[in-house]
Design a protein around this ligand. Structure first.
Ligand code: SF4
Length: 94
């Protein structure tokens, strides 16, 4: 194994050891470099501290991965208190 390969493998092993086991399979798929969707999913998981619900409710609209983030289908209806036009009921004149 070349030095670059060893360095990369060491970093992968380190990242892998620091994440909860249920997220390792997607990460492994991503670092093999053959699945862009696994890469996006793994990145979003890490971004949200390996909390799938946090990815679901991500509100970082400016993130380039936002349209592609996983777990979007988990939100089936607006939470109570939000209207269909997504207006904030607490701001006057909207
Ligand atoms: S879309 Fe949201 S969860 Fe995914 S990387 Fe961007 S900010 Fe993080």
């Amino acid at each position: 194994m070349k030095d670059k390969d060893k360095t990369q493998q060491n970093q992968i092993n380190k990242c892998r050891s620091q994440m909860p086991p249920p997220f390792r399979r997607t990460y492994d798929k991503a670092v093999r470099g053959r699945s862009p969707s696994a890469g996006i999913k793994a990145y979003c998981h890490e971004c949200c501290g390996w909390n799938r619900l946090e990815v679901t409710v991500c509100c970082c609209l400016g993130c380039p991965l936002y349209p592609y983030r996983p777990h979007q289908k988990r939100v089936k209806k607006e939470p109570d208190g939000l209207n269909p036009n997504n207006e904030n009921p607490y701001v006057e004149g909207q």
